[in-house]
Ligand binder design. Structure first.
Ligand code: TMP
Length: 206
């Protein structure tokens, strides 16, 4: 039985969610919680191998294969790591989960959301986040932040792709229970304060 809380951090590339995930991890550990910080694609040895394939720049990965690779990573990660940690009562912080697949492969690549919904349900065994925080920033920050970052295969997609995804994230926030938009244009400590406030409101921390 799931005893722990499952927190998912979502958003486009370079939105600052990894920084916030680490800060949140430190905050929760400092409050005495047992915490697992993990990510998708990846999070287990097998899923990290799948991650290498799906993100390799220049590799020919067709949209359907791409979708199935993300779902394969998710199935492995959910069974091997997420469900056991939640059963042990740990608080789990996961960078990206099912919403990323809808945003990138659904809104971005145009694969029907119903198809993705079915695969997500199978891969997750119906595990749903208790809280989803979606970090969205203006596109100018994507370009600025990209100047000093390595680009993986998905980050090389163009502005139109990113705009479709952004719109997708906004629509999903509206229809997903316990999902919130976080303004990622703000400074790091303001963003962190908002994250902690939402955790309090959801009684994940006191
Ligand atoms: P990361 O760089 O944030 O770890 O994410 C890896 C890339 O994979 C990122 O560009 C988003 C993309 N992605 C998908 O396209 N579909 C998915 O289901 C997931 C989890 C990630």
């Amino acid at each position: 039985m799931k005893k722990g809380k499952f927190i998912v951090l979502e958003g486009p590339d370079r939105c600052g969610k990894s920084t916030q995930a680490k800060m949140l991890y430190n905050q929760l550990v400092a409050r005495g919680k047992e915490v697992l910080l993990t990510r998708e694609p990846g999070g287990t040895p097998t899923a990290e191998r799948i991650r290498q394939i799906v993100l390799e720049p220049g590799l020919d990965v067709r949209p359907l294969a791409e979708l199935l690779l993300y779902e394969a990573s998710r199935a492995q990660h959910t069974q091997e790591k997420l469900l056991p940690a939640l059963e042990e009562g740990k608080t789990v912080i996961c960078e990206r989960y099912t919403m990323s697949t809808c945003a990138y492969q659904g809104y971005g690549r145009g694969i029907p959301l119903e198809t993705i919904g079915v695969l997500n349900q199978i891969a997750t065994q119906d595990l749903k986040p208790d809280l989803t925080l979606v970090f969205l920033m203006s596109d100018k920050y994507f370009t600025e932040r990209g100047e000093y970052l390595f680009s993986d295969r998905l980050e090389q997609e163009d502005l139109a792709f990113r705009q479709k995804m952004r719109q997708g994230y906004l629509e999903m926030i509206e229809r997903t229970p316990n999902a919130y938009l976080i303004n990622a244009d703000k400074n790091i400590s303001d963003i962190q304060a908002r994250v902690l406030q939402l955790l309090e409101e959801h009684r994940i921390i006191d």
